[in-house]
Design a protein around this ligand. Structure first.
Ligand SMILES: C[S@@+](CC[C@H](N)C(=O)[O-])C[C@H]1O[C@@H](n2cnc3c(N)ncnc32)[C@H](O)[C@@H]1O
Length: 209
């Protein structure tokens, strides 16, 4: 199995997790850019499966990445994309101030030339890359008060916003408004009627034979 990642830190973490699962000997990580992947010539068109998760949302030209994946797999091989559609997040009853912060978070993607709703484009990207779409689904992340993992779900949403707080304030919201909304979100998560729905988009296609 070959992984491509541009961050040395992420590569070290991937290798650490593989070692913890006794899988280090089946994983090779190469440092590089998915827009110009570090494949050897003899590897092109040889892979059974190419998978990208939470990467396309960081790239202004996701189609170029999917084209590279299409070139990497053998005829009949499979390309699997999973990514976010941030406009699909639902929280109910709505925590005070959260929707304006979440909208501002999505606008930070636009400002970097990235697409906060790339998840809904996955089948289209596969088609545009010359592949044959075969599957489109959602992987559910969410829950409600009373689920053992619900606190983690809410904290994960809060940490996504918290990590982007500098960018969010450039959209016009004040740091105080964002911090207040995050505090309200954490409190909201303790309420017995709070619920979250979020689906990670997942789509698959095959390379024509
Ligand atoms: C949200 S993380 C997802 C990491 C991993 N794929 C996962 O699903 O857990 C996004 C990753 O994409 C990497 N990345 C962003 N742009 C890249 C590029 N052009 N080439 C290679 N890696 C890139 C970042 O370094 C970061 O580790």
């Amino acid at each position: 199995m070959l992984g491509i990642e541009r961050s040395g830190e992420q590569i070290a973490e991937a290798m650490r997790q593989a070692a913890a699962d006794n899988e280090a000997d089946i994983l090779e990580m190469r440092q590089g850019d998915v827009l110009d992947p570090p494949f050897r010539d003899d590897e092109m068109g040889q892979f059974d499966v190419a998978h990208a998760r939470f990467v396309l949302e960081h790239i202004p030209d996701p189609l170029e990445v999917v084209r590279n994946m299409a070139r990497a797999v053998r005829p009949g091989g499979r390309v699997i994309l999973s990514d976010d559609d941030y406009n699909g997040l639902r929280l109910w009853p709505e925590p005070p101030g959260f929707s304006s912060v979440w909208n501002a978070y999505q606008r930070t993607y636009d400002r970097h030339g990235n697409d906060p709703i790339v998840g809904r484009r996955l089948v289209q990207l596969l088609h545009q890359a010359g592949l044959l779409p075969r599957r489109n689904t959602l992987v559910f992340f969410g829950g409600c008060a009373g689920d053992p993992d619900f606190e983690d779900v809410v904290r994960n949403i809060a940490s996504i916003v918290d990590e982007a707080i500098g960018d969010i304030t450039t959209t016009g919201l004040s740091r105080d408004a964002v911090t207040a909304a995050l505090d309200a979100l954490i409190d909201w998560g303790k309420s017995p009627d709070s619920a979250v729905w979020f689906g990670m988009s997942w789509a698959e296609a095959v390379r024509p034979v």
